[in-house]
Design a protein around this ligand. Structure first.
Ligand SMILES: [Zn+2]
Length: 164
Protein backbone atom coordinates (compact mmCIF):
# COMPACT_ATOMS: atom_id res chain seq x y z
CA UNK A 1 0.00 0.00 0.00
CA UNK A 2 1.26 3.48 -0.80
CA UNK A 3 1.94 5.96 1.94
CA UNK A 4 -0.96 8.37 2.32
CA UNK A 5 0.33 9.77 5.57
CA UNK A 6 2.67 12.13 3.75
CA UNK A 7 -0.47 14.12 2.90
CA UNK A 8 -1.44 14.60 6.54
CA UNK A 9 -0.65 17.76 8.45
CA UNK A 10 2.78 17.62 10.11
CA UNK A 11 2.75 17.25 13.88
CA UNK A 12 2.85 20.52 15.75
CA UNK A 13 0.57 22.26 13.27
CA UNK A 14 -2.62 21.53 15.18
CA UNK A 15 -5.23 24.03 14.16
CA UNK A 16 -9.01 23.81 14.02
CA UNK A 17 -9.03 20.12 13.14
CA UNK A 18 -6.95 17.12 14.07
CA UNK A 19 -5.38 16.36 10.69
CA UNK A 20 -2.07 14.84 11.75
CA UNK A 21 -3.31 11.27 11.18
CA UNK A 22 -5.54 9.72 8.49
CA UNK A 23 -9.23 9.57 9.39
CA UNK A 24 -12.30 7.72 8.18
CA UNK A 25 -15.65 9.27 7.32
CA UNK A 26 -18.54 7.69 5.39
CA UNK A 27 -16.57 4.90 3.76
CA UNK A 28 -13.45 6.85 2.85
CA UNK A 29 -10.07 7.15 4.48
CA UNK A 30 -8.84 10.75 4.16
CA UNK A 31 -5.46 12.39 4.51
CA UNK A 32 -5.24 16.18 4.32
CA UNK A 33 -3.18 19.11 5.50
CA UNK A 34 -5.68 21.74 4.42
CA UNK A 35 -3.99 22.42 1.06
CA UNK A 36 -4.31 18.96 -0.38
CA UNK A 37 -6.69 16.10 0.39
CA UNK A 38 -6.52 12.50 -0.83
CA UNK A 39 -8.86 9.63 -0.09
CA UNK A 40 -9.33 5.94 -0.70
CA UNK A 41 -12.39 3.76 -0.20
CA UNK A 42 -12.51 1.71 3.00
CA UNK A 43 -14.85 -0.60 4.91
CA UNK A 44 -13.54 0.64 8.27
CA UNK A 45 -15.80 2.48 10.70
CA UNK A 46 -15.80 6.26 11.09
CA UNK A 47 -13.03 7.72 13.25
CA UNK A 48 -14.28 8.69 16.70
CA UNK A 49 -13.03 11.10 19.33
CA UNK A 50 -11.23 13.59 17.08
CA UNK A 51 -12.23 17.00 15.77
CA UNK A 52 -12.52 16.41 12.02
CA UNK A 53 -13.70 18.38 8.97
CA UNK A 54 -17.01 16.52 8.63
CA UNK A 55 -17.89 18.30 5.39
CA UNK A 56 -14.73 17.24 3.57
CA UNK A 57 -16.78 15.05 1.22
CA UNK A 58 -18.49 18.18 -0.16
CA UNK A 59 -15.16 19.43 -1.49
CA UNK A 60 -14.74 16.21 -3.47
CA UNK A 61 -18.21 16.64 -4.94
CA UNK A 62 -17.83 20.26 -6.01
CA UNK A 63 -18.75 21.29 -9.51
CA UNK A 64 -15.83 21.13 -11.89
CA UNK A 65 -14.80 21.54 -15.47
CA UNK A 66 -13.53 18.30 -16.90
CA UNK A 67 -9.83 18.34 -17.65
CA UNK A 68 -7.40 15.63 -18.60
CA UNK A 69 -3.71 15.70 -17.99
CA UNK A 70 -0.62 14.15 -16.55
CA UNK A 71 1.26 15.58 -13.60
CA UNK A 72 4.34 15.94 -15.76
CA UNK A 73 5.60 19.38 -14.87
CA UNK A 74 9.08 20.69 -14.31
CA UNK A 75 9.59 20.86 -10.57
CA UNK A 76 11.72 23.81 -9.61
CA UNK A 77 13.35 24.79 -6.34
CA UNK A 78 15.10 28.11 -6.05
CA UNK A 79 17.43 29.41 -3.39
CA UNK A 80 16.30 32.55 -1.61
CA UNK A 81 17.29 34.59 1.40
CA UNK A 82 15.92 33.22 4.68
CA UNK A 83 13.09 35.46 5.86
CA UNK A 84 13.50 34.44 9.49
CA UNK A 85 17.10 35.70 9.92
CA UNK A 86 17.24 38.04 6.89
CA UNK A 87 20.05 35.95 5.42
CA UNK A 88 22.35 36.27 8.45
CA UNK A 89 22.03 32.63 9.55
CA UNK A 90 21.72 33.65 13.20
CA UNK A 91 18.94 35.17 15.24
CA UNK A 92 19.87 37.88 17.69
CA UNK A 93 18.13 37.36 21.01
CA UNK A 94 19.86 40.20 22.81
CA UNK A 95 22.74 42.58 22.19
CA UNK A 96 25.40 39.94 22.94
CA UNK A 97 23.56 36.69 22.38
CA UNK A 98 22.47 35.05 19.16
CA UNK A 99 21.45 31.54 18.16
CA UNK A 100 21.67 29.59 14.92
CA UNK A 101 18.54 30.16 12.85
CA UNK A 102 16.33 27.05 12.85
CA UNK A 103 14.62 27.95 9.63
CA UNK A 104 17.78 27.80 7.48
CA UNK A 105 20.13 25.88 9.80
CA UNK A 106 22.47 28.83 9.82
CA UNK A 107 22.91 28.92 6.04
CA UNK A 108 21.04 32.18 5.62
CA UNK A 109 19.34 30.75 2.56
CA UNK A 110 16.38 28.45 2.07
CA UNK A 111 15.17 26.47 -0.90
CA UNK A 112 11.70 27.46 -1.96
CA UNK A 113 9.41 25.54 -4.23
CA UNK A 114 8.37 26.90 -7.60
CA UNK A 115 4.86 26.93 -9.01
CA UNK A 116 3.23 25.45 -12.06
CA UNK A 117 0.28 26.87 -13.97
CA UNK A 118 -2.60 24.54 -14.72
CA UNK A 119 -5.48 26.23 -16.50
CA UNK A 120 -5.71 29.71 -15.00
CA UNK A 121 -4.29 28.78 -11.60
CA UNK A 122 -0.93 28.22 -9.94
CA UNK A 123 -0.04 25.15 -7.86
CA UNK A 124 2.95 24.63 -5.62
CA UNK A 125 5.62 22.31 -6.97
CA UNK A 126 5.93 20.91 -3.45
CA UNK A 127 2.52 19.30 -3.80
CA UNK A 128 2.91 18.24 -7.42
CA UNK A 129 6.14 16.54 -6.36
CA UNK A 130 4.37 14.80 -3.45
CA UNK A 131 1.62 13.54 -5.75
CA UNK A 132 4.09 12.18 -8.30
CA UNK A 133 6.28 10.58 -5.63
CA UNK A 134 3.58 8.90 -3.58
CA UNK A 135 0.60 8.08 -5.79
CA UNK A 136 0.59 5.62 -8.67
CA UNK A 137 -0.74 6.71 -12.05
CA UNK A 138 -2.00 10.08 -10.87
CA UNK A 139 -3.87 12.07 -13.52
CA UNK A 140 -5.71 15.38 -13.47
CA UNK A 141 -9.46 14.98 -13.96
CA UNK A 142 -10.95 18.45 -13.44
CA UNK A 143 -10.76 21.96 -12.04
CA UNK A 144 -13.36 24.09 -10.26
CA UNK A 145 -13.95 27.75 -11.11
CA UNK A 146 -12.15 28.80 -7.92
CA UNK A 147 -9.08 26.74 -8.75
CA UNK A 148 -9.43 23.44 -6.94
CA UNK A 149 -7.66 20.78 -8.97
CA UNK A 150 -9.18 17.31 -8.96
CA UNK A 151 -7.16 14.20 -9.68
CA UNK A 152 -7.30 10.45 -9.38
CA UNK A 153 -4.73 7.75 -8.80
CA UNK A 154 -4.69 3.98 -8.46
CA UNK A 155 -7.13 3.32 -5.65
CA UNK A 156 -8.40 6.80 -4.89
CA UNK A 157 -8.83 10.46 -5.72
CA UNK A 158 -7.72 13.84 -4.45
CA UNK A 159 -8.10 17.64 -4.48
CA UNK A 160 -5.29 20.19 -4.59
CA UNK A 161 -5.84 23.85 -3.68
CA UNK A 162 -4.24 26.53 -5.83
CA UNK A 163 -1.77 29.05 -4.40
CA UNK A 164 -2.88 32.27 -6.15
ZN1 LIG B 1 17.56 31.76 8.66
Amino acid sequence: MFDLKVFCMPKGFGLRFDLTEPFILDGYKYCTDGRIAVRIKTDELDTQGRILPKNIMEIFEEKRNTMEGEFSFSIVKTEEKCKECYGKGRLKLSKDFSVVCDECDGKGKILSWGKNKIGEFLYSDEYIDKICDNLDNSVITGQSNDGKLFFKFNGGDGVLMNTN
